[in-house]
Design a protein around this ligand. Sequence first.
Ligand code: HEM
Length: 374
Amino acid sequence: PRSGQPVEFDASAGMWNVYGYPELHEVLMDPATFSSNTMRVVPKEMLPKEGFSLEGFITQLDPPEHGKLRKLVSSAFTRKVVADLEPRIAALTHELLDEARDRGRFELVTDLAYPLPVIVIAELLGVPSSDRALFKKWADALFQRDAKPTLERRAEDLDAVMKPWREMSDYLADHAAERKLRPRADLLTRLVEAEVDGERLPDDQVVNFAIILLLAGHITTTMLLGNTVLCLDAFPDQQDKARADRSTIPDVIEESLRFLTPFAAVGRATTREVELGGVTIPADQVVMGWLAVANRDPRQFPNPDVFDPGRDPNPHVGFGRGIHFCLGAPLARLEGRVALNILLDRLNPLRTNPDDPAELMPTPTMTGVRRLPL
Ligand code: HEM
């Protein structure tokens, strides 16, 4: 925060930043005032000429449409489906580490943190994990652009993402259509067949959800793994504790999500004038809710800049809060726990390479490394 205030207007970006924990809580718990449909406040002339819209995506929907869609996709993407993946995640982690050992070098992102979640989500959906060079190309085009999009740059920005976006939609639509003809034991088939109160997911919603899983499902988990290793490198006493008592690993993962929050900010748009943290935000304004900053709010977390997995409770907002709370949290937590356990088994100590420092992600809304030699 530039002003030290929990809520402030950023004139250069034309949007409001919410940094304080209680203020962010208000935003996330009031979707009627803080709508997830941020496209509604982007001026029409800022949108690309060809029809491109995020409208209809679960992350952009408000009640009551959001609840209906969330119920449907949750019926296919259940906790049981996720929990059953544990042995496969462990086997994949060992395989990837074996390959790195045979090559004689270990760079956490390329060798483990990136491929692991991508392979897991691809196998879960039922698309060939051998296509992962394609997924990476799309994800990079969509996420790894630098700087904060100002309103002026927004149209240009959107144009740059349309091509990969369309390629990805077509790819997933082909796979979904194939599952309608020949059902398989995979998540795409379960999405195609999902039914709640006699209603099914329209074809475009199956594709939209698969896109979200493929994107949200791997970039963020990659960052979680890298960040957790950075934390245990910077706080070696905590590494010793985690190594000695593996039952504390879930707490290490939660504290990592608080301390280095991968998905640093979420966007909302005001539907009316509203008072927040002592300021008045007019209607139809873009609001950035900084999860990463709220997670260091000393009013909520004593000694916020200390990495302490012993915090109890640890009500971080790393997975968001309220109706849009991360649907993939159980999978991210499972991947984090399994991979960290195996890393601690196989690397002692788990330490970054002082001669070959980490490279950070270039995007300010993403907290993570894109290269982490160990
Ligand atoms: C939503 C973070 C992993 C799927 C969210 C939100 C956050 C988040 C902050 C809320 C967005 C908002 O309120 O606007 C993370 C982090 C992850 C992670 C930090 C890893 C460490 C995953 C995984 C999946 C996933 C592995 C799926 C495989 C989703 C979906 C939503 C979501 C579908 C939208 C839920 C809704 O709008 O109702 N995630 N996520 N995420 N996440 Fe995750």
